[in-house]
Design a protein around this ligand. Structure first.
Ligand code: DGL
Length: 280
């Protein structure tokens, strides 16, 4: 048993779509969330920048003595998981490998498509993760950069702009007859109904955030590190900018109201050497 919190970080508020599953699957765990709302989006940034930012966010969470860190951001997981695993003194679980594993299980050798930010797709991380599990697997990839602003703007799945955007990005995947689509971005689960309606009921949809939450539960159970509490776990949120917007928009991702949000000044996380060799 281990009653330390699980730390979760993301480029902004999207990681709350992962926290939503963690809260459902692990209701008695305490959670600490750090969203980099001052520097979002990560999905158009380069690997060195995303890796530096990810290390800073994870480094900030170390003050809470987490038993595990979840890189909820697909872009950070795709571009920086190796650095995070190397530099952090606690286990780090990213969203790419759990999503890839679920996709391979569902595909039965038929085609898989991965959708995500430009940086996630260009990194090739999902394709590598899938082919590590299933070397002959056919994998298509499609960046869908407009999905993030549409979701943050609160556009619903039946909004004509959403439907046109979904059709524009996913038409090539439909042509290629994919059987599994991996939602490789924190925001895309909020468009799930529009994506499913466009692709049809034969296509399985993998939510990397949910698969990651299952992987976290399995990891903690395997290591005897689940919380011993049988009361609902706490949740503390930290953001690098605009806590009001985080509270307002984030509650749609989390599917519950957000009460406890603290603004963190840059001197508390930027270039702070809390990790052995990173950030120097
Ligand atoms: N959290 C990011 C991801 O999952 C999406 C938003 C961003 O570009 O930072 O890739």
């Amino acid at each position: 048993m281990n009653n330390s919190p699980i730390a979760v970080f993301d480029s902004g508020l999207g990681g709350l779509s992962v926290v939503r599953h963690l809260r459902q699957l692990l209701p008695s765990e305490n959670l600490v969330y750090f969203g980099d709302t001052a520097r979002v989006p990560y999905g158009i940034k380069s690997r060195p920048t995303v890796a530096q930012f990810a290390l800073e966010l994870a480094g900030f969470t170390m003050q809470f003595d987490p038993k595990l860190i979840v890189a909820a951001c697909n872009t950070a997981s795709a571009l920086a998981l190796d650095e995070l695993e190397r530099e952090l003194p606690v286990p780090v679980i990213g969203v790419v490998n759990p999503g890839a594993l679920a996709a391979v299980r569902l595909a039965h050798q038929e085609s898989i498509a991965v959708i995500g930010t430009e940086a996630t797709i260009n990194s090739g991380s999902y394709v590598r993760a899938i082919r590590t599990i299933s070397p002959e697997q056919n994998v298509e990839s499609q960046p869908c950069p407009l999905f993030v602003p549409l979701v943050e703007e609160g556009r619903a799945c039946d909004d004509p702009i959403v439907q046109l955007t979904v059709a524009t990005y996913l038409e090539p995947l439909k042509q290629r007859d994919v059987r599994v689509v991996v939602l490789g971005c924190t925001h895309y689960p909020l468009l799930r109904d529009a994506i499913a309606a466009y692709l049809g009921s034969d296509v399985h949809i993998v939510d990397s955030g949910r698969e990651t939450s299952l992987a976290v539960r399995e990891h903690l159970a395997r290591n005897g590190s689940l919380s011993s509490h049988n009361v609902p776990g706490s949740m503390s949120c930290f953001v690098s900018d605009n806590p009001q917007r985080f509270r307002r928009i984030g509650s749609r991702f989390l599917d519950e109201p957000i009460d406890d949000v603290e603004l963190v000044e840059p001197e508390r996380y930027v270039n702070v050497a809390r990790l052995p060799s990173a950030l120097r």
